[in-house]
Design a protein around this ligand. Structure first.
Ligand code: ATP
Ligand code: MG
Length: 403
């Protein structure tokens, strides 16, 4: 549990559904007076599957989200992120599996009973209501005593740094301000869990970066559990305690930004997080500690066995893909008649300030992207169409089964 969180005002209720539909709650918050902090609740996801006809949108997901954790769902379009979030919120019911919130089974519980706040991609504020009325609306729905409402709305506004904006209409606010109102409305009833589905995607870069920091700080202060959907990996890397990478309705890997980047479990994750080269090779020997592979031009590389990420142990003759980040590939002018690594030809190069990018084509047609420090002596004066040697840092290679 987060120990740095501070008390916030007891806030109100906003279980708004998509497109501005609002669901009412009749149970008033237990903290309807005074100041409190929100305690996050853990979420359990067991074997969760959602089918739409013949489409499997979410397929057998298992995941434990810790109380107070900021977990991002990151994945390409159509990977099932929104579907998973909708099941957590209760707007969709799973075809199979089980969901728990704290000690409660919420699998088939109505959304308005779950005590979960939600922020959607589009702000979904009521356009005909002022900011104050938007935030007050769910309090009214929960039959919070009228005398308490103005105070609670003001505190909610202050929480998202919009004091003084209560009388404006949503159309008189910037996109970022509208989204902050949506956040205030979702947090106003002190839900232990806040779900956010690409809440910043409509904002420009600068506003998005500011809001990322604000949302993260708010989450830490309140101690609320956040499940945050994004397809922007930088956003996920910046904000999250852990990231679940989704692909084809499945969770491909869950981990910290560091773990996903340094130890990707599958080629999908390796390719999706950051930039990755895949270089075909053939397994030629298997030792106790190392597996030896041959890359084109008979270059042999010994790779520690723990870097081999294949389900079944490789055999001699197997095709294996060597995955390596562009910054872990070395490049040098080919020394005449003496190829020290794998030979290739520079197809393109670009100077990007602190580093240089090279695109090198190997003899078998494989394209390798290389990022080298601008001060790197080996890479000095390399021009396009030049023959180069490239070398792979063995410790930086991840080995997957080739396709
Ligand atoms: N109501 C629905 N009926 C039928 N198919 C659906 C429905 N909702 C989602 N799908 C399908 O389920 C899959 C997952 O969709 P989902 O919206 O969860 O993806 P996503 O990861 O949120 O994508 P995006 O990044 O584009 O928002 C897709 O193939 C989609 O077409
Ligand atoms: Mg989506």
């Amino acid at each position: 549990m987060n120990t740095t969180k501070q008390p916030i005002a007891a806030l109100a209720v906003a279980d708004q559904a998509e497109n501005g539909r609002v669901r009412s709650r009749t149970d008033a918050s237990p903290h309807s007076r005074g100041t409190v902090s929100i305690d996050g609740a853990p979420i359990g996801i067991e074997n969760l599957t959602k089918q739409y006809g013949t489409t499997t949108a979410v397929s057998g997901i298992n995941l434990e989200i810790r109380a107070g954790e900021f977990l991002s769902l990151l994945g390409p379009s159509g990977s099932g992120k929104t579907t998973l979030l909708m099941m957590l919120a209760g707007f969709e019911f799973p075809t199979e599996g089980r969901l728990t919130l704290g000690a409660n089974d919420i699998t088939r519980m109505a959304p308005n009973k779950r005590n979960i706040g939600m922020v959607f991609q589009r702000y979904a504020l009521f356009p005909h209501m002022t900011v104050r009325q938007n935030i007050a609306y769910p309090l009214k729905m929960r039959k919070v005593p009228k005398v308490e409402i103005p105070d609670r709305v003001e505190r909610a506004l202050a929480m998202v740094q919009l004091s003084g904006y209560g009388d404006r209409m949503p159309s008189q606010l910037s996109g970022g301000q509208q989204q902050r109102v949506a956040v205030a409305r979702a947090l106003v009833f002190e839900p232990p869990v806040l779900l956010m589905d690409e809440p910043l995607s409509a904002l420009d870069r600068k506003m998005r970066e500011r809001m990322q920091i604000e949302i993260k700080q708010l989450q830490q202060r309140l101690g609320v559990t956040v499940v945050y959907v994004t397809h922007d990996q930088e956003e996920a890397l910046t904000m999250s305690d852990r990231i679940a990478v989704m692909g084809n309705g499945c969770i491909q890997q869950v981990g910290t930004a560091f773990e996903l980047y340094e130890r990707p479990a599958t080629p999908f994750v390796a390719d999706f997080i950051g930039k990755m080269n895949f270089i075909p090779s053939t397994c030629v020997a298997i030792g106790d500690e190392n597996v030896t592979v041959r890359v084109i031009s008979d270059e042999m590389i010994d790779i520690p066995r723990h870097q081999i990420r294949v389900a079944t142990p490789p055999a001699v003759g197997d095709t294996l893909d060597l995955a390596i980040r562009p910054e872990r590939v070395g490049i040098e002018k080919a020394s005449a008649g003496h190829v020290r690594g794998v030979g290739g030809v520079v197809e393109a190069r670009a100077y990007v300030g602190a580093f240089q990018w090279y695109i090198v084509r190997l003899a078998d047609g494989t394209v390798v992207h290389i990022q080298s420090q601008s001060g790197d002596a080996g890479a000095k004066n390399i021009e396009e169409r030049e023959v180069v040697d490239i070398t792979f840092e063995p410790a930086a290679l991840h080995v997957f089964r080739g396709g």
